[in-house]
Design a protein around this ligand. Structure first.
Ligand code: N01
Length: 500
């Protein structure tokens, strides 16, 4: 993405420097304002708030967690049009919330963070950005886990002569009408894209490496009566939200404690295949070979119907190379391609921000994690990196419910940490190594039983050592309880007196 020109000059120093203006960055700004912590700045490399919802504009983009839950608890959205809202509505919602809260004057767009380096003498972060340098007492990374597109390492892909783009960088100038289009990947993004572009493409090849489990999507437009109720009776919307929340939490035991409980979901998914795909050979191809839930369970009513169309082929032979004009599979077949859509996911366990943050020992977080494994204390703080906080940090992702809930929990933790620092005249806070290790040992012990680790799949939840460093293995309310207040006892604290 070409960074837009920064909207306004940077100050020389801020108390709190926030990286990223997606759901997490916007929530933090609002809650910092409410807490009276107004000396903060949110740096965003894009030209607007929204994060992944600003960037993912591909045809068919929509949330796959019900809209009622895909919103802040402190800013319910009475205008959702559907039970699963499309991307433009979600993006407009985030923009509106930020605008109404009056926080946007603290945001700087078109500012890319190049390095944040801890200075042990001044006990501050020295930050270098594309728009200049500044210092900060505290840095909060709100750059998200799904912000950096991952391109596949396929032989010859750079030689492709047609149009090629990642699902998160959709080229809206590309005309797919009547073209030979190929989509690589069959994850959450691809299954939303495929039905949409099948409507206009002349021919569509879908390259599947691993078949996903797909269950029906219970999507519908809200009735007029519902929309009136949401607008005038907020209690009704809270009721919807609560019912959806608890419905989703029922998945936790199936994923984490006793995976055989996912049998009903498997029956739902297999009957979904049977309903839409009459051809036994295609049925075989789309039937996954791992336990349901091991990868994200996908929801769609249109993906399988798209695959059975005459001009759509599901290609399951492994890709051996890309040529200037097409894709060659392991059986030697070359299929011509005009437009190549790469829906191959994101850098998740190897977060780019980790390469830009340099801690107390002069080592980047990426170097630290390469040695010790990706880990944080409560997903929020890392030993060796004083006054650095993460939102959507390690092991705070979900396989079953809304990330917005987890984000709000983490925001509360960070805001309370800053309030504690102020109240106790603390200059630095840094989690104790023992606390961080104990937290992660417990996480990984719990993780051993989960379907994500035992379900027989490889997924972006796991790092290269097979450790799940992405998901939270317990209920979301357990996470909320554990993060409801900053816990100074788990931290090395340096006060102004100590530092003097
Ligand atoms: O990415 P993915 P995504 N050759 O990593 C395949 C969220 N999301 O963008 O399974 C061939 O899931 C890869 O194959 P395999 C959601 O959290 C939310 O689709 O690794 N294929 C897989 O099929 C989601 O989980 C919404 O064998 C290759 C696909 O590419 C996350 O974003 C909507 C390959 C990548 O799937 C990521 O989803 C969309 C290669 N070299 C996304 N490399 C909502 O609605 C990879 N693949 C909220």
């Amino acid at each position: 993405m070409n960074a837009p020109a920064p909207s306004r000059p940077l100050p020389q120093h801020v108390n709190t420097f926030v990286v990223g203006a997606g759901f997490a960055g916007v929530a933090l700004a609002i809650k910092l304002d409410e807490a009276g912590e107004r000396n903060y700045l949110v740096a965003e490399r894009g030209d607007d708030v929204g994060g992944t919802w600003r960037d993912n504009t591909y045809p068919g983009a929509a949330c796959d967690v019900p809209s009622q839950l895909y919103s802040y608890s402190f800013a319910l959205n009475p205008t959702w049009s559907r039970s699963f809202s499309p991307q433009p509505e979600i993006q407009a919602y985030i923009q509106r919330v930020a605008q109404d809260a009056g926080v946007l004057d603290r945001f700087r767009f078109g500012v890319e963070v190049e390095e944040a380096r801890w200075d042990d003498e001044s006990l501050r972060w020295r930050i270098r950005t594309s728009a200049g340098e500044l210092t900060a007492d505290v840095v909060v990374s709100a750059s998200g886990a799904l912000s950096e597109p991952r391109l596949p390492d396929i032989d010859g892909i750079d030689s492709f002569g047609g149009e090629i783009f990642h699902s998160a960088q959709w080229d809206h100038d590309a005309d797919l009408k009547g073209k030979r289009v190929a989509v690589i990947g069959t994850g959450a993004s691809a299954i939303q894209i495929v039905p949409e572009i099948a409507k206009t493409a002349g021919h569509l090849d879908v390259y599947q490496r691993t078949a996903p489990w797909v269950i029906p999507r219970h999507d519908r437009a809200y009735t007029r009566a519902e929309r009136l109720a949401f607008r005038h009776l907020p209690g009704v919307q809270r009721l919807y939200r609560t019912a959806i929340y608890w419905g989703r939490e029922c998945y936790v035991p199936a994923f984490a404690f006793w995976p055989p409980l996912t049998l009903p979901a498997k029956l739902l998914a297999t009957s979904n295949i049977a309903k839409h795909i009459p051809d036994p050979e295609l049925r075989r191809k789309v039937t996954p070979n791992f336990r349901i839930g091991c990868k994200r369970i996908l929801i769609s009513n249109t993906y399988y119907p798209a695959l059975v169309q005459d001009h759509v082929d599901l290609v399951t032979d492994p890709i051996s190379k890309v040529t200037p004009t097409g894709i060659v599979t392991a059986d030697g077949t070359e299929r011509e391609v005009d437009v190549l859509v790469v829906a191959t996911g994101f850098h998740t366990t190897d977060m780019p921000i980790a390469h830009q943050v340099v801690g107390r020992a002069g080592r980047t977080l990426a170097e630290e994690w390469a040695e010790d494994g990706v880990a944080a204390y409560k997903g929020a703080t890392v030993h060796g990196f004083p006054n650095l906080f993460f939102l959507v940090g390690p092991n705070t992702g979900l396989g079953h419910s809304s990330m917005v809930f987890m984000i709000e929990s983490q925001v509360a933790y960070v805001v309370d940490a800053l309030a504690t620092m102020r109240a106790r005249d603390l200059v630095t806070v840094e989690p104790k190594r023992g606390e961080q290790d104990a937290w992660n040992a417990d996480l990984q012990r719990r993780m051993k039983r989960t379907v994500w680790n035992t379900g027989g799949c490889s997924s972006w939840y796991l790092d290269e050592h097979g450790r799940n460093v992405t998901l939270w293995p317990r209920s979301t309310f357990a996470f909320r309880r554990l993060t409801q207040a900053f816990d100074p006892a788990a931290y090395h604290l340096v006060s102004e007196n100590d530092a003097a």
